[in-house]
Design a protein around this ligand. Structure first.
Ligand SMILES: [Mn+2]
Length: 287
């Protein structure tokens, strides 16, 4: 039998009082425009995590020793995305107030808005590192301001946001970036040097950072299981090296992994997502 928790940790070994990290599953894909399925993402990531080694070779330590508690999944309110964002805000705030590193598993990217809202309450000087193939800067999309295409726009209204990996946007979004002087790093990166890119990203990040990952930032060759894949994306090594570099210079207080739609690709994608979650936990809790 399994515990249905991240890493399959028995509840007794993941006491929420002692855990430094809390996983919050949010199986929501209500505003997805092309193919739904991200609602199955959190369960697929958690199941894949059962096969991870606790020993993280790159970091040379057993990351699970920090204590990783898996909270009950949020049951999405049928009232629409604004309500789900509020549910995520409330749940995230509860854990953040207890000093936990929050790891939100999507679900569609919209849920990031709720997590950032919550962490802005506990950390007013928060900034957001936003990894996504898409700019997500539409003011409205398909009749709502709370859809997956408006996530970075809503977050940018709350705090500084630095986008990385972007390779698709509308003409309106392109004009908006120019007018608002937003920090958007297109991919492929013009300089082709991760170190230079990391330095430029750090210029616009405050000391406390929330990392928001739409898994479609990765190249579809390794991450086909997303609702809206975009060619010529970041490699596994580029994403992990970049996050490791940022975590060495900033304190990561929370993160999300979103948009895994397990039915759209091989099972390897859920394994990659689980490993990425584990690595980010490792980077963020490095001694
Ligand atoms: Mn995206």
């Amino acid at each position: 039998m399994h515990w249905e928790t991240f890493l399959d940790t028995p509840p007794a070994e993941a006491d929420p009082d002692k855990a430094r990290v809390v996983i919050i599953p949010v199986p929501y894909d209500g505003t997805t425009s092309y193919r739904t399925g991200a609602r199955y993402g959190p369960a697929a990531i958690i199941r894949a995590s059962w096969h991870l080694e606790d020993y993280e070779l790159e970091l040379d330590r057993d990351v699970s020793l920090v204590g990783i508690h898996t909270a009950p999944a949020i049951v999405p309110d049928a009232g629409g995305p604004e309500h789900v964002v509020e549910q995520v805000r409330r749940t995230t705030l509860g854990w953040a107030e207890r000093g936990k590193l929050v790891a939100v598993l999507g679900g569609e990217h919209t849920i990031a808005i709720g997590a950032v809202k919550a962490l802005r309450e506990t950390h007013p000087d928060l900034s957001v590192l936003y990894l996504d193939a898409h700019a997500d800067l539409q003011d409205r999309y398909m009749g709502t301001r709370w859809g997956h295409a408006s996530v970075a726009r809503r977050i940018g209204e709350m705090c500084p946001v630095v986008e990385v990996g972007v390779r698709s946007m509308s003409l309106e979004e392109s004009s908006f970036i120019r007018e608002s002087n937003l920090s958007v790093h297109l991919w492929p990166d013009a300089e082709r040097s991760l170190q230079t890119l990391a330095e430029r990203i750090l210029e616009n990040l405050t000391p406390l950072v929330y990392v928001s990952v739409d898994l479609d930032v990765l190249d579809p060759s390794i991450m086909a299981a997303v609702g809206t894949p975009e060619p010529d994306g970041m490699s596994w090594g580029e994403v992990t090296a970049l996050l490791a570099a940022i975590a060495r210079q900033r304190k990561i207080v929370g993160f999300d992994l979103t948009e895994l739609s397990p039915g759209e690709g091989p099972e390897a994608c859920a394994f990659a997502a689980a490993k990425l979650a584990y690595k980010i936990i490792g980077y963020a809790t490095a001694p």
